[in-house]
Design a protein around this ligand. Sequence first.
Ligand SMILES: NC(=O)c1ccc[n+]([C@@H]2O[C@H](COP(=O)([O-])OP(=O)(O)OC[C@H]3O[C@@H](n4cnc5c(N)ncnc54)[C@H](O)[C@@H]3O)[C@@H](O)[C@H]2O)c1
Length: 405
Amino acid sequence: MITLGAGSRGNVYGGYALRYPEELDIVGVAEPIALRNERYTQKHNIPEENRFPTWERVFDRPKFADAVLISTPDNLHYGPCMAALKAGYDVLLEKPIAPTEQECRDILAMTKKTGRVVAVCHVLRYAPYFVQLREMIQSGAIGQLVSIQHIEPIGHVHMSHSYVRGNWHDRNATTPIILAKSCHDLDILRWMVGKPCKQIVAMGGLHWFKKENAPAGSTDRCMDGCAVEGSCPYSAMKIYYRERHRTHVFDLPQEPEKQGDAILAALRTTNYGRCVYKMDNNQDDHYITSMQFDGGVTASFSMEGHTSYEGRRTRVMGSMGDIVGDMETFTLSDFRTGKRTVYDQSSGDSHGGGDWHLVRDWIQAVTQQNPALLTSTIDASIESHVMGFMAEKSRTTGRIEGVVV
Ligand SMILES: NC(=O)c1ccc[n+]([C@@H]2O[C@H](COP(=O)([O-])OP(=O)(O)OC[C@H]3O[C@@H](n4cnc5c(N)ncnc54)[C@H](O)[C@@H]3O)[C@@H](O)[C@H]2O)c1
């Protein structure tokens, strides 16, 4: 496989190749940040001639691997995916597929035309927790499915890191948060219900991370003598320097004694050091959607930026029972017997273990040239993306939108 974009996700999937080298070998990389390119090259022992500064250069060469991983930023999925398909590569494509519905449909059409295997990284479909939850629903364990209530509590620090200061702070440069963060949730709802979504309505907005909420005495950067730095939950000094959370974005030196200074330097120059109330952000920090599926099943979904906890919570209501889960365990209650059964799927891994389960299935699909070995094919994934585009349309027009795939 060739990795396009050796950032955070490129390294997550790259980690699989290091752990299971007999299954996956990374033979090329395209990455403009020299240090990342160098580190990835070293890790995977990539030959010099297969290193590129940007994705375009990979396709100047005749095909030299079975597949490509597209883990570039959201607005750089379409170009590499179309080029990879035309060049005959199978593709592991990070979500969101692309920032517009038309581009998503173009990728679907090109996949059909070329007959390649494309997996979209809807990793929750591969997490044992969601796999078992879906099996329970579809087995009839709670009778007929009636409705679902689902919440994605992003966590207030994660919200500030990714959607206020970080790479996804501008909906126009990337994708609206309903796709950037929550295409997973729309996808998992569609997958659990097992029927197409027919109607969707959404509301939401940016409530808190705005200039008018900046505390008196706050400065443009947290380290510039901000009067409330010591008590602000979003202090960059607290999050990144004192507590060392989410510092992977700084490409820190390996030597622990050099890391503190490197973090301080990054906080002086990058968005991660800026006041959360004075950023150029426009992503919603709360977002609700309601949807109705074929056959009448309803679902409500809340994406919440202002929580002290993370981890999706799901309540499933059926005619003969219900299920309450928190992405580690879920409890099934049977109305007929009064029996309660707890299922424990806690893994401690990112995305409930879904990341590597996806890679494992994708390798099998590529090896056997059989997309049926995947659950997150491009066909299946387009549907939940259209739900996201329609939710966003509804949020701006105030109307209920039909979902036509
Ligand atoms: N499946 C999931 O759960 C999940 C989670 C997080 C992110 N994502 C998605 O994965 C993608 C990557 O996110 P990330 O967190 O790894 O971001 P990142 O910024 O850590 O990595 C992206 C990398 O792409 C590189 N890049 C930029 N322009 C390039 C070009 N022209 N050619 C080649 N490389 C280029 C960047 O330098 C960077 O290293 C995004 O689309 C994101 O939305 C998915």
